[in-house]
Design a protein around this ligand. Structure first.
Ligand SMILES: Nc1ncnc2c1ncn2[C@@H]1O[C@H](COP(=O)(O)OP(=O)(O)OP(=O)(O)O)[C@@H](O)[C@H]1O
Ligand SMILES: [Mg+2]
Length: 264
């Protein structure tokens, strides 16, 4: 589904990403982890065309070279994402937020019901049904008609996940979906992500500091440190990898949760 070769990005003198080679298999959930500033969000920004990679980098998505494509073109090919800092339309209702996601892919555009005839309005109703079903999956259907600003932090995270899925992607990139959630909500989120992946036949890459979520959900994991890939494999392989343990335990990030993951 996705392959990168020598994927690199410099910001001035800083190498945010450095010759990263990786392959993400179709239909899998793939974890991307690493300490703060290791290049995870940069990886997403390069895949989605927000930043242009350095010369010599290659990105292949679903058989197409997307290295120099624009963000818009890449989204159209079927890559969608959530952001580390949520970007919801807070004045719009919960339902309208997912409708916007959908309309990024609709041939009619969001204002069409005003300008076009009943045929489009009918299509609009079908989409509405579909989007309400998606909200039901996320446990947000009862909030469909309230402004997104009134949701709790955790509910807003679910809504941003919903909006990304409404775009009908083939590849879904999740940047820290678990951040700020309580442990119970994190368990629910893991279940939700797995269910959504099956139902919408997604390939998922998830960046996450909550290592429990990554270890329990992902089939394979890539580990970055200072912009370089330092390890890749199954959760078990990664957990037992010396350089991974050093990258984490050697830093201030060596909190209780991380110690528990690596020391069992
Ligand atoms: N637009 C930018 N301009 C300059 N430097 C940047 C830019 N974006 C990222 N960087 C730098 O690149 C490095 C990697 O940043 P990135 O955001 O990819 O890290 P991250 O792994 O997502 O970290 P975190 O876990 O804290 O979210 C950092 O040193 C960061 O300061
Ligand atoms: Mg980040």
């Amino acid at each position: 589904m996705l392959e990168t070769k020598n994927l690199s990005k410099k910001f001035g003198g800083l190498r945010a990403l450095w010759d990263v080679n990786t392959k993400i298999e179709q239909g899998t959930i793939h974890g991307l982890i690493g300490p703060n500033g290791s290049g995870k969000s940069t990886f997403f920004n390069l895949i989605t065309g927000i930043y242009q990679p350095d010369l010599g980098s290659h990105i292949n998505f679903a058989g197409q070279d997307i290295t120099t494509r624009s963000a818009h073109q890449i989204a159209e090919l079927g890559v969608s994402r959530t952001f580390q800092l949520l970007r919801l339309f807070l004045d719009m209702t919960v339902l309208e937020n997912v409708m916007v996601g959908y309309h990024c892919h609709s041939p009619y555009g969001i204002l069409s019901p005003i300008f076009l005839g009943t045929k489009v309005r009918k299509a609009e109703n079908i989409i509405r049904e579909e989007m309400i079903e998606l909200l039901e999956f996320l446990g947000l259907a009862e909030f469909a008609d309230i402004p997104a600003s009134e949701l709790s932090g955790g509910q807003k995270k679910l809504l941003s996940l919903g909006r990304a899925i409404a775009m009908k992607p083939k590849l879904l990139l999740l940047d820290e979906p678990g951040a700020g959630l309580s442990p119970v909500n994190i368990d629910n989120l893991m279940d939700t992500i797995l269910t959504l992946k099956e139902r919408y036949k997604l390939t998922v890459i998830v960046v996450e500091h909550v290592l429990k979520l990554v270890m329990n959900t992902c089939e394979r994991i890539t580990v970055l440190d200072h912009g370089k890939k330092i390890a890749e494999g199954t959760p078990e392989e990664v957990k037992g990898n010396r350089s991974v343990v050093e990258a984490y335990l050697g830093k201030e990030m060596a909190d209780e949760e991380i110690r528990r993951v690596f020391t069992g």
